[in-house]
Design a protein around this ligand. Structure first.
Ligand SMILES: *[C@@H]1O[C@H](CO)[C@@H](O)[C@H](O)[C@H]1NC(C)=O
Ligand SMILES: *[C@@H]1O[C@H](CO)[C@@H](O)[C@H](O)[C@H]1NC(C)=O
Ligand SMILES: *[C@@H]1O[C@H](CO)[C@@H](O)[C@H](O)[C@H]1NC(C)=O
Ligand SMILES: *[C@@H]1O[C@H](CO)[C@@H](O)[C@H](O)[C@H]1NC(C)=O
Ligand SMILES: *[C@@H]1O[C@H](CO)[C@@H](O)[C@H](O)[C@H]1NC(C)=O
Ligand SMILES: *[C@@H]1O[C@H](CO)[C@@H](O)[C@H](O)[C@H]1NC(C)=O
Ligand SMILES: *[C@@H]1O[C@H](CO)[C@@H](O)[C@H](O)[C@H]1NC(C)=O
Length: 782
């Protein structure tokens, strides 16, 4: 008897990917490596031909001539930074890293899409932030957002170009043609599209035989999105107004991006489930060259594989983007709620955490004992609405007794099909390997009547199960369900269809999955920076061509969705304040963030406790307030250069990295024992101190710039801090007049009577009338 469920193609390809990525690699076989060579020699970018020749020459000097077919580059970087990606053995990579023009050599990393778990899709609605703002009348700069993701579905109504003027003349990008994608798919809204051959490169995850020929340009590349992630993120950032947007009647209303008049350029560097670091690095270089203002990246490495900044493609690309005035916004990851999980944490990146919005997708489950429980999920079905079905726990119906653990998690092939059919099955999520989508497919294939999932981690990000009855619960309700099954001879249950709850309180709440600070590379910069909606978000989605009723919208969750909310807000602010630098806008966004919820209480986390700055950064994004921040704290390139000195890079490395400063020197008055501590001194819009000994007083300097409506302004400080930690601001009052736009002040922290561990607080500058400027601090007392 065959009890094995048949595998759907999705399950198969996912398992294949999981298996191939685990094959141990042999040092001798060539693998793709990224060779990073710092800033271009010419500040306007080096000539592509000259650079490529140079890259080939470098390769020829280390690759044996019998393997001359490997003397070829997959990507060559030569605009905002220099370097290339090529197939190298480990030995060759080590050899190259000693080359005098090379900063670092690292294996081409695999990055993940920041939806809560790849393949398990999440979404975000753009709130009513801007409803009071008459954007069309006041925009005076055409902002271009580059989205580095899985490509785009250009037919989505959010990318319609009605009511949008000509493409800005400074735009130098292209609309690459590919399979099912033509020049006519670009328009005045979607002004550029590029792709990086990831679809077909016979998976770089697998090993490439020594003799393999390197494919030059696979024939089936395309900017078209086949996953949905890139379409979703682009439309959150800058989707046009779409009246009557809805997902099967849910979340209905006007869909629009954070900056509906901004232009979008798509850079497809990711395919199903993963992205290649070398392609992302190429995409950032191209985006800068093309002339984007803001780059939005909802992708990152797992915190487990985090590397130094100089071995991280996003950190490298974003650094050189900052040198050219281009802002980079990234998702912080979905590996919360544990500490030290935030990624994309370089100070020149705006790092985004995710929160809920005031909309909840509730699913009621009634057990046979008439106990009713409120779970979450998104499922639509009309038949058998209130019908009761037998209820079984996966653990109790394994295909074989040895598979109890797998059956408990409803993994493929683990359940006894006979005992699944006709039942509602309860599954756990004890492991990371099987997504909700797969559990659903397993049960659907077994003709189950529904799925009740017990998963503390993901319960707050509603899973869209389509027509299949589904409800998700946390540990508490889960224990109640299991207890009922255990104590009942004939357990029964009913799952009701989704019920949308609006104006849900409290909101926002930081999402359980949202990655937390402190940042593991340095705790002297507070990360994440900001929080934005990332749970249950409605936005453009690629239609399912097999399903006639398929929606053009989808509901998803993840820091992937939070990131483009901030990119869109940034574009919105830039369009009103075209002269503001990216770092001024970042400061404006951070110091005006909201720190209370719609129940007028401090923002909380899913344990219903106050959310700390390691969870939410400066607080929840409020773009309208960010238009008038009063003061900003501008972090200059010099601050970042000094950061690299304090972080530990030597001057030789920095002379390659830092643009136009071939005789760069680090600040000299640095006592080496406390070098890392100096990181806290860079002019960041928040303050973080990794270590404050109880017997020391630490002082940190900041410079504020007046961007208020009047050149005359006086701001007074007030401090909200934990008891015990003595915080002083000196001077406590700063004044600005015409011609004097900057004022500096010092903050001292005395931990003598403070409790050990992280102490959090806020310094508020107030001008007496309207502008409140919040600077969040985190101080670890030892
Ligand atoms: C730098 O630019 C100059 C003038 O445009 C050009 O002659 C030179 O070849 C460039 N150097 C490189 C390395 O591209
Ligand atoms: C917004 O501004 C435009 C142009 O000034 C004007 O025509 C329009 O009526 C305004 N809309 C609202 C809602 O104020
Ligand atoms: C939106 O829905 C309303 C009511 O259902 C309908 O009258 C209107 O034509 C729709 N608008 C669009 C643009 O589809
Ligand atoms: C919520 O915050 C509290 C206090 O900051 C912390 O102890 C708790 O672990 C947090 N809960 C979650 C789910 O992050
Ligand atoms: C549940 O409620 C129904 C209807 O109110 C009732 O007929 C039934 O006896 C109840 N069952 C239990 C176990 O309480
Ligand atoms: C089920 O009941 C048995 C015996 O009463 C007990 O040992 C077990 O822990 C229970 N399991 C659950 C999940 O409640
Ligand atoms: C600013 O202050 C100066 C000197 O205190 C005064 O002369 C000037 O009129 C003020 N300007 C404004 C716009 O208030």
């Amino acid at each position: 008897m065959a009890f094995l469920f048949h595998f759907s193609p999705t399950i198969f390809s996912i398992l294949f990917l999981m298996i191939t990525s685990c094959i141990a690699s042999n040092d001798q076989s060539p693998k793709p490596y990224v060779v990073y060579m710092g800033s271009p020699l010419n500040s306007s970018g080096d000539s592509a031909e000259i650079e490529e020749l140079l890259h080939i020459r470098i390769l020829s000097s280390i690759i044996p001539s019998e393997e001359s077919e490997r003397i070829s580059v997959r990507h060559s970087y030569h605009h905002a930074y220099r370097g290339f990606c090529a197939l190298l053995t480990k030995q060759e990579a080590t050899l190259l890293s000693g080359h005098e023009e090379v900063v670092s050599v690292f294996p081409d990393p695999i990055l993940e899409l920041h939806t809560t778990r790849s393949w398990d899709f999440l979404g975000a609605t753009v709130g009513s932030y801007y409803s009071t703002y008459n954007h069309s009348s006041s925009s005076n700069y055409d902002v271009i957002i580059g989205v580095i993701d899985t490509g785009i579905w250009p037919e989505s109504p959010g990318f319609d170009d009605q009511h949008i003027g000509e493409v800005p003349s400074r735009w130098k990008g292209v609309c690459m043609e590919g399979v099912d994608f033509h020049k006519s798919n670009c328009n005045r809204k979607l002004i550029g599209a590029r792709f990086y051959n990831i679809d077909d490169q016979d998976s770089d995850i697998t090993e490439i035989p020594k003799s393999a020929k390197i494919p030059s340009r696979p024939p089936n590349g395309t900017p078209r999105d086949k996953v949905g992630h890139g379409t979703h993120t682009a439309s959150i950032a800058a989707g046009a107004f779409v009246p009557n947007a809805t997902y099967h009647g849910l979340a209905s209303g006007i869909a629009r991006g954070g900056s509906p008049f901004a232009r979008i350029a798509t850079y497809k560097a990711c395919s199903e489930g993963y992205c290649q670091g070398s392609a992302i690095l190429k995409a950032i270089d191209d985006a800068i060259k093309d002339g984007v203002d803001i780059i939005s990246i909802s992708v990152g490495k797992s915190f487990v594989f985090q590397t130094d900044f100089k071995d991280d493609p996003i950190a490298i690309g974003a650094f050189h983007a900052a040198e050219r005035g281009v802002g980079v916004v990234c998702s912080g990851g979905n590996e919360g709620p544990d500490s030290y999980t935030v990624t994309n944490s370089a100070p020149w990146i705006l790092t985004v955490a995710a929160s809920t919005i005031d909309r909840n997708f509730q699913v009621n489950v009634v057990l046979g004992n008439n106990v009713s429980l409120k779970g979450t999920g998104i499922s639509f079905y009309t038949i058998g609405r209130s019908k009761t079905y037998p209820l079984a726990f996966g653990e109790n119906i394994p295909f074989h007794p040895s598979l109890t653990f797998q059956a408990r998690n409803c993994m493929p092939g683990s359940l006894d099909a006979k005992r699944v059919a006709g039942k509602i099955v309860v599954c756990m999520n004890d492991g990371w390997s099987v997504s909700r989508e797969i559990k659903k497919l397993v049960l659907q294939d077994g003709n189950a009547k529904g799925l009740i999932l017990i998963d503390e981690k993901e319960k707050s990000s509603p899973f869209d199960s389509g027509n299949f009855p589904f409800a998700e619960f946390g540990k508490l309700a889960g224990a109640q369900i299991l207890q009922y099954i255990n104590s009942s001879r004939n357990p029964l249950a009913t799952i009701f269809p989704v019920n949308e709850i609006r104006r849900f309180k409290p909101a926002p709440v930081v999402a359980d999955f949202s990655s937390r600070g402190p940042a593991s590379l340095t705790e002297n910069i507070l990360k994440p920076d900001i929080t934005a909606p990332g749970v249950g978000i409605l936005s453009a989605m690629i239609p399912n061509t097999d399903d006639k009723k398929s929606s053009l919208f989808g509901i998803t969750s993840g820091t992937s969705m939070a990131c483009p909310h901030v990119s869109g807000a940034m574009a919105f602010i830039k369009s009103i304040h075209p002269t503001w630098s990216f770092s001024m806008i970042k400061s404006a966004i951070m110091t005006t963030a909201t720190i209370s919820n719609n129940a007028r209480k401090p923002l909380s986390n899913t344990s219903n406790l106050h959310a700390s700055p390691h969870e939410i950064g400066a607080g929840e994004l409020n773009p309208i307030k960010a238009l008038n921040p009063g003061l900003v704290f501008e972090t200059t390139m010099n601050d970042y250069y000094n950061f690299l000195c304090y972080y530990g890079y030597n001057e030789k490395e920095l002379r390659l990295i830092v643009s136009n400063k071939k005789n760069f020197i680090c600040p000299t008055n640095t006592r080496t024992t406390y070098k890392k501590e100096l990181i806290s001194h860079i002019n960041y819009p928040s303050i973080s101190i990794e270590k404050l000994e109880q017997n020391r007083i630490l002082r940190v300097k900041r410079v504020a710039t007046n961007v208020g409506n009047s050149p005359n302004a006086t701001y007074t400080s007030s401090i909200f801090g934990p008891p015990g930690l003595i915080v002083r601001v000196s001077p406590s009052k700063i004044a600005f007049v015409k011609g004097i736009k900057k004022a500096s002040f010092e903050v001292s922290f005395d931990g003598n009577k403070a409790s050990k561990g992280y102490n959090f607080g806020v310094i508020t500058w107030f001008d007496g009338s309207h502008d409140k400027v919040h600077m969040v601090f985190a101080v670890n007392v030892e």
